[in-house]
Structures are given as C-alpha cells and as structure tokens.
Design a protein around this ligand. Structure first.
Ligand code: KG4
Ligand code: ZN
Length: 333
C-alpha cells in the first residue's frame, strides 16, 4: 500500500511516499529555519504562509523521487496536531483536497505518533510491542509504553519546558542562533561535561521531567559571568547537555526497570543528539535492553513518519471525512 504523507505542524513543510509503513520511496522536506532564524524562533503567521507556498513543490519533489504519480497512491495521511493551528491547517486542507479530488482514503495522524513510527523506516528491524518510547522533541518530552501501532500509555511528561525547547532557549542565551540544539551538540563534542556544576532536577522516582530549573541556573550563571568564548563555551555546552541527558537517561532507566521492558525506542528531534545517543547506548548495554533510534534525518520533522503512522490506521480501516480539522493541543495518549 503506497501512502502519501503530508506534514506542516511547525516550520517544516514535508511530503513523502511510503510503501507498507516501512519503505520510503520519496521524501521531501522544505525547512523554514532560515526564515525564522531572523526572529529567534518560529513566527506562526510566517510559518503558515510559507507552508502555502512550499507545499505543492515538496509534493512534486517527493512524487518525482518516488517515480510514482498520484494515480499510484492508495491512501493519504496528514498531521492533524499537535502544532501551530494555522500551519497544521495548510496540510490538512491540502490533504482533504487531494483525497476528495482523487477519491482516496484519508487519515489524520498525531504528529507524536508520527515520530514514534519513524523507527520502522530505516531498515527491516524495528522494536517489538510492547516497548518503552522516549519521545524528545522541541515541543514534547514524554516517556510512553507503545503497546501497538497507535496504542500508547503515558508514563511521564515534562512539567515545563520540553528537552528541545531547553536546548533552544539556553542556546539562544549563548548566542547560538535558532534552532540551537544541533549547535550545542556540536560544541559539546569538544567540551568537558564536568567543567560547570549544574543542578540535577527531578531526582525522585517519578517519571516526569523538568528542565526549566536548569534554564534558570544557566541564565543566572550567564548574568554573573557573561557568555564565554572558545573552549569555555564548549565546556559550558557540554556541561549543560550532560545535565539534560542525565535526567533523560535516569528517568528512562527507572521506566525500563519499573515496567520490565526489554526494548527502547527514542524519537523526536533531540534523539539526534550525540550525547543522548551515546548515553542511551551505554544504559541499554548495561541493562541488556535493545535500543532503536531512527537515523538523525528521521528524528527531526518529516512526512515519511506521518505516512508510516497513517499506514497502520488505514490498514485498520480508519477513515477521516472532509470535516477533519487541525487541533493545536492533541495528546498522544
Ligand atoms: O522533532 P522536531 O524536529 O520538532 C518538533 O516536533 O518539535 O524537534 C526539533 C527540536 C529542536 O528543539 C532542536 O533544537 C532539537 O530538536 N534538536 C536537537 C538536535 N537536533 C535537533 N537538540 C539537541 N541536539 C541535536 N543534535
Ligand atoms: Zn516533531
């Protein structure tokens, strides 16, 4: 079954064609990062307008790459939330128009479910159900049990900032632009993670996260000492990254132990972070747990993951009608 996926929840306009939820035939992403960088973050109205102009070109690119035409497509999947409502609406409206014009089945997909479906796109081996999923993106940080495709149980979530948001906000204070997560990752690679002592929050046995205290600690530090340069900047990035990774890994360990699960998948933009990937590789080796992380390209927003998630819903006979709407706040479970 060839599924066309469309994604426009934030600042990436994306279209992809995926066969049977696992094989990517065409995958195009138009990033608006350069547009929003000037403002230090995503400007919702500007994002919506760029989705309007970018959507048809990315669709054409994905189709061309796949060698398929719309006549070969068996079904459509579109992100219906969570995200910026004006941005989401562009993808939802386009998907409804294509579905109506071509008489194709359509499903709305939760963006987070999309992230949790990316892990099956990189090869023929994905995690078995049930497994633990750590979802860490710019908007969300959650620990969930994945019981089946589209069936999740929430174990813990952030009480304030998402992990990616913390990377971006602190990176902005350090003058690293937007989004700062990948830059902090790069600088941290040459820094000393023990150089600066930062507070470790949420030390109890609960599975919720909290990153705003760390952000405040960094702010206080920068107000006192100013923004460092050279090796001192790399050391500060490494120390901050280690504090975030430490909390993510500690809660993941607790969840794996409490639930007795032996497989872990990590998804979302922050799953591309090399410090997190290395620390989780070490944890899972120690616990004898199988670790699955999508390739960095599939960790960040794309439409292949939406097509993959949509495939399972279409297979189960789910259908959205033309009343399908965008929802800014849409929980995973
Ligand atoms: O999943 P995603 O593309 O979009 C959302 O659904 O939010 O995640 C974007 C987030 C941004 O906060 C970005 O800074 C962060 O993921 N990110 C990273 C890295 N690559 C992306 N954070 C840390 N290290 C990275 N290598
Ligand atoms: Zn995302």
């Amino acid at each position: 079954m060839l599924v066309l996926g469309l994604e426009s929840s934030c600042d990436e306009t994306a279209a992809a064609l995926v066969e049977d939820g696992v094989r990517v035939r065409g995958d195009a992403v138009a990033s608006q990062v350069a547009v929003h960088r000037e403002w230090g973050g995503v400007v919702p109205e500007i994002a919506s307008r760029h989705h309007v102009t970018n959507l048809i070109p990315v669709l054409e690119t994905a189709l061309k790459e796949s060698g398929a035409t719309l006549a070969d497509v068996d079904g459509l999947a579109v992100t219906r939330g969570p995200g910026l409502v004006g941005a989401l609406l562009v993808g939802v409206q386009a998907a409804k128009a294509i579905a109506w014009a071509r008489g194709l089945p359509l499903v709305g997909v939760n963006h987070l479910e999309g992230h949790l479906s990316a892990v099956w796109l990189d090869g023929d081996r994905g995690p078995a159900f049930p497994h633990l999923a750590l979802l860490v993106s710019g908007g969300h940080s959650e620990l969930v049990i994945a019981r089946d495709h589209g069936v999740y149980e929430l174990l813990g979530a952030t009480r304030d900032d998402a992990a990616g948001e913390a990377f971006d906000k602190v990176g902005k204070m350090l003058g690293l632009g937007y989004p700062a997560g990948p830059v902090v990752d790069q600088l941290a690679a040459t820094g000393d993670p023990n150089a600066v002592k930062l507070p470790r929050a949420m030390r109890g046995r609960g599975l919720d996260f909290s990153f705003s205290g760390m952000k405040t600690a960094m702010q206080t530090l920068l107000q006192r000492d100013g923004v460092p340069v050279g090796q001192a900047l790399a050391d500060l990035c490494a120390s901050f990254q280690a504090a975030i990774v430490d909390q993510l890994v500690r809660k993941t360990r607790l969840a794996l132990e409490e639930q007795g699960l032996t497989q872990l998948q990590v998804a979302g933009g922050v799953a591309a972070n090399r410090g997190l990937r290395a620390a989780l590789a070490e944890l899972t080796r120690e616990l004898g747990v199988d670790l699955f992380i999508p390739s960095p390209k599939r960790c960040t927003d794309n439409a292949a993951m939406i097509a993959a998630a949509g495939y399972w819903r279409l297979q189960r006979g789910e259908r959205a009608d033309l009343m399908l709407n965008a929802t800014a706040s849409l929980p995973l479970a």
